[in-house]
Design a protein around this ligand. Structure first.
Ligand code: GLN
Length: 249
């Protein structure tokens, strides 16, 4: 399954966060170290980041592996941000291919990624999908299980829930509807990161003025902490809060 990462901290180049670290997302696209499902993450990638003074992030997504995109290497060298979310994709069977299916998905200030799968999608998720307004279903970003998960999360955000509650509530909705699978979600608005560990690996590293939440460590430096399964995490620089996901949350 995919690998993803979100960063909040001092202005940094995309390269210094994603491709320079020895086991960063670039390396994870062909040699992840902790991935529990799948082998390589070569079905596309995406990065979303926030420019100073603009709450709506920019996205760069491609259907090719991260290592195969020379333009990204160039862009990552000169693009700086204080907040970003990125993912490398190993497509779930039966889901759409292409750039539109690559995370991060976005709406307004939000960036979202899903590492995992909704088992039996689309049939097994039809009941849950039917609880969404038709306009949301027609506006799905791609024909993927993850786009449906994002629509469920986004509805809760629109209703005013906090990022952590929206993710935990969506895992609860999936559980309550009897949908099994792996639900590692990652969400940011550029000031807070929320994430769930539900079926795959998750860790974080908090350093003065910065925090990284990622599927797996980007390097072997000290400070990485493993997030236990069935946890919802909320992080800002200097403040990380983890609570257990409740059944029926
Ligand atoms: N289900 C998602 C997709 O197809 C995520 C897959 C993953 O975690 N590898 O893109």
């Amino acid at each position: 399954m995919c690998r993803h990462l979100a960063y909040l901290g001092p202005q940094a180049t995309l390269r210094s966060v994603l491709t320079d670290p020895p086991y960063g997302l670039l390396r994870q696209s062909w040699a992840p170290r902790r991935q529990r499902h799948g082998t390589v993450n070569a079905d596309g990638f995406g990065v979303g980041w926030y420019a100073d003074g603009d709450p709506v992030p920019a996205r760069y997504r491609r259907a090719v592996p991260m290592w195969g995109d020379a333009s990204f290497a160039d862009l990552a060298r000169v693009t700086r941000a204080r907040a970003l979310l990125a993912a490398v994709r190993s497509a779930t069977d039966g889901t759409a291919q292409g750039e539109a299916a690559a995370a991060p998905y976005a709406a307004g200030p939000w960036l979202f990624s899903h590492n995992g799968r909704l088992d039996g999608w689309p049939a097994a998720t039809a009941g849950l999908a039917a609880t969404l307004p038709a306009a949301d279903l027609l506006a799905l970003e791609a024909r993927t299980d993850s786009a449906l998960a994002w629509a469920l999360v986004h509805r809760r955000l629109r209703d005013g829930e906090s990022p952590g509650d929206a993710l935990a509530g969506t895992v609860g909705d999936l559980d309550a509807a009897g949908v099994t699978g792996r639900f590692n979600f990652l969400l940011t608005d550029g000031t807070t990161i929320a994430a769930t560990a539900a079926g795959d690996t998750l860790c974080y590293r908090s350093r003065p003025g910065q925090v990284v939440v990622a599927s797996e460590p980007s390097d072997d430096e000290p400070g990485w902490r493993v997030v236990p399964d069935r946890t919802v995490l909320t992080a800002r620089p200097g403040v990380v809060d983890a609570s257990p996901l409740k059944p029926g949350d």
